[in-house]
Design a protein around this ligand. Sequence first.
Ligand code: FMN
Length: 393
Amino acid sequence: MTSPIRHPRRVRKLTDCHNVDDFRLLAHRRLPYPVFHYIDGAGDDEITKARNASAYDDCDLVPNVLAGVEEIDTSVEIMGRKSALPLILSPTALQRLFHWQGERAVAKVAERHNLWFGISSLSSISIEEIGANYAGPKMLQYYYHKDSGLNTALVERAKAANFDAITLTVDTIVSGKRERCLHSGFTTPPRITPASFLSYATKPSWALNFLFRERFSLPNLETHVSEGSNESISIQDYFNSMLDTSLDWDKAEKLRSDWGGTFCLKGIMSVADAKRAADIGCDAIMVSNHGGRQLDGSRSPFDQLEEIVDAVGDRIEVICDGGVRRGTHALKALSVGAKAASGGRLYLYALAAAGEEGVERAVTILKEEIERGMRLMGATTISDLSRDNLRWR
Ligand SMILES: Cc1cc2nc3c(=O)[nH]c(=O)nc-3n(C[C@H](O)[C@H](O)[C@H](O)COP(=O)(O)O)c2cc1C
């Protein structure tokens, strides 16, 4: 019997980060705990969040060798735009709270690597600024609010800023129960409470950047609501008070036609809904449970992918969103038939840990993992990947 030997793993600085989990450790060192746990946490018991990633471990890759893999092409076309990798940086809220460079850093890295990225309705940089400065493919993630004036304004602003797609999130009719945030008292903008004071005080670099750089706000919303920009509110309270629980297929279809451009639904999990999305003319769906932050106990996107691809893969692009921590996870999703894999935490920990430099390093690592994985699989193009190369345990 061999004795277990732990390999040395010390993550103190950016160059110590060699995978997504290393960035997570560095983010944990550098962020006040309410902010870290907002990113890292999920709904209820966080079982779905854990399964999103572990689902990939229940499926093994079967490589083909001697395939001549000197030249490989990792590019794909996603929603009409060429992407250098089959990877999308999913929209996530409040990024300037994680690092002062926020969405600007993510957009720059996405543009440099020619990747799709999304900004949230709750982004901390405006639709206009992103539209004016970043040429790469970009989507506006759309939360359907009760305030119809705000809903219309978001569409008009996305059109004027030449966004490539609107992605309507359909899994967030009410907020998931994010218990780490209930314990930490996390709000946007952060309210420093006696309980959290120490955490902010012991992360002076974060605190100084937050206090003395550009004022935090949610510029896509503040024309209509002050909560989140000028008034602190928990994300749970924001969703529960502002979003339209009556959102249904008719409203989704109307939004698609008002927008008139490329349209995606994010948060589709059932075959029936995937078919309906194709029926109303969506261009793509993101099979997603919001990174486990909404309905805990929900199935993982990767577990659900096969039946959705089989049902609608010939009518609509299917993106597998969540739990992706390795290049090989993306390759597994593509082998099942997804057009691309996507994720939030795969770049968010890196953003929180080290801003643009961090995101650049994280995306480069994932790119290298995808390239290495393809070579070792004997695949020279993405279309070489298929279910023939997979076995479930
Ligand atoms: C901190 C954080 C904020 C998020 N904000 C949004 C959001 O504003 N809108 C949205 O549709 N999804 C949001 N998501 C979900 C992501 O778009 C994506 O579905 C999720 O991160 C996928 O899981 P992964 O983190 O395991 O990759 C957020 C996720 C995280 C971690």
